[in-house]
Design a protein around this ligand. Structure first.
Ligand SMILES: C[S@@+](CC[C@H](N)C(=O)[O-])C[C@H]1O[C@@H](n2cnc3c(N)ncnc32)[C@H](O)[C@@H]1O
Length: 306
């Protein structure tokens, strides 16, 4: 290659595997968040993914992370997303030559079409904050990973919890939904207190805020507000976090989808008083309506015989 004309966008020593992918392909796959390949390389570094493993890529966006994991580790990936369609992702997967091992699925993370304990690992890149902060969600998602399997997430987050006041230098950029961003310590507690997972990794990316800025300068150089916020913050609050937990074989998951018997038995609403009418004689009660009909029935004349 002519080194003088080499496209150096997105080349990064921190991410040697991701740096081999063409910057045009990476930029075309942008799904509104971070550089999916950088985060996936960082997250998967300690996962020990082996060929043939079944992995759910939850909230995969345009499936760049799914294609990357298939190519780099030989695993089978169920590329699952809500905002991006399975047909578009199928084309990208086919063009990348990995349709034998990446399966595009359109589904909501809260209503997944998979069998219990189907996956060896669940990976989620810059997506888990959209649903995973719900206190009950871990109990739901954990059913899809085998006991002893992994749940691993990476994405934009905080270096420490902020409290109620957003720092002055972030206020122009901040919007209320960014309240879903949390620190690695927050995630550790959120998962470990359930007893469902044992957290093996919970930390932030070294120089993560710089990578966030580098990426932004390539894909959204016109977004001056976010760039200004990152430059002013210099990693004090903003960066990337990752958390890896292992499903504990002895942890019992609760069945939150219990169906109750459908049977209605009519009972008085109140103990006593005029509101007993609700059941025993209110103007609209069935018995009162029947009585009223009888009283107003004509007793003579044209309708006498009716
Ligand atoms: C910021 S994008 C990141 C996409 C991709 N993982 C990446 O890193 O480029 C967030 C993704 O989360 C997905 N997402 C949000 N809520 C979801 C839900 N309830 N179920 C499934 N996916 C969801 C969106 O469809 C979107 O693609």
């Amino acid at each position: 290659m002519d080194l003088a004309n080499e496209d150096r966008r997105l080349l990064c020593e921190q991410f040697p595997r991701a740096s081999t992918y063409h910057p045009d392909w990476v930029v075309e796959s942008v799904s509104g968040g971070a550089n999916a390949l950088w985060l996936t390389e960082w997250l998967t570094a300690g996962l020990d993914l082996k060929p043939g493993m079944r992995v759910l890529d939850l909230g995969c966006g345009r499936a760049a992370s799914s294609i990357f994991m298939r190519r780099e580790f030989g695993i089978q990936v169920w590329a699952t997303d809500l905002w991006f369609g399975a047909s578009e992702n199928a084309q990208r997967i086919r063009d990348a030559g990995v349709e034998d091992g990446v399966f595009p699925i359109h589904a909501d993370a809260r209503s997944l079409p998979f069998a219990a304990e189907f996956f060896d690992a669940i990976v989620s890149i810059d997506s888990f904050v959209y649903y995973g902060t719900d206190d009950l969600y871990l109990n739901y998602i954990a059913q899809f990973v085998k006991p002893g399997g992994l749940l691993a997430i990476a994405g934009a987050g905080l270096m420490k919890e902020m409290g109620d006041a957003v720092p002055r230098h972030l206020r122009e950029w901040w919007t209320h939904e960014l309240g879903c961003l949390h620190s690695a310590t927050w995630w550790r507690r959120h998962w470990e207190r359930t007893g469902i997972l044992k957290v093996e990794v919970a930390n932030s990316m070294p120089e993560g805020w710089r990578r966030w800025l580098d990426w932004h300068q390539v894909v959204a150089p016109g977004n001056a507000v976010e760039i200004k916020a990152l430059e002013a913050d210099r990693g004090k609050n903003l960066g990337y976090v990752r958390v890896v937990g292992r499903r504990q074989p002895d942890a019992k998951l609760s069945d939150l989808n219990m169906s109750m018997p459908v049977q209605y038995t009519r009972e008085p609403l109140l103990r006593s008083g005029p509101d007993q009418r609700a059941l025993t004689g209110g103007a609209n009660s069935p018995s009162k309506r029947r009585a009223a009909t009888r009283r107003t029935k004509p007793q003579s004349g044209r309708h006498a015989a009716s």
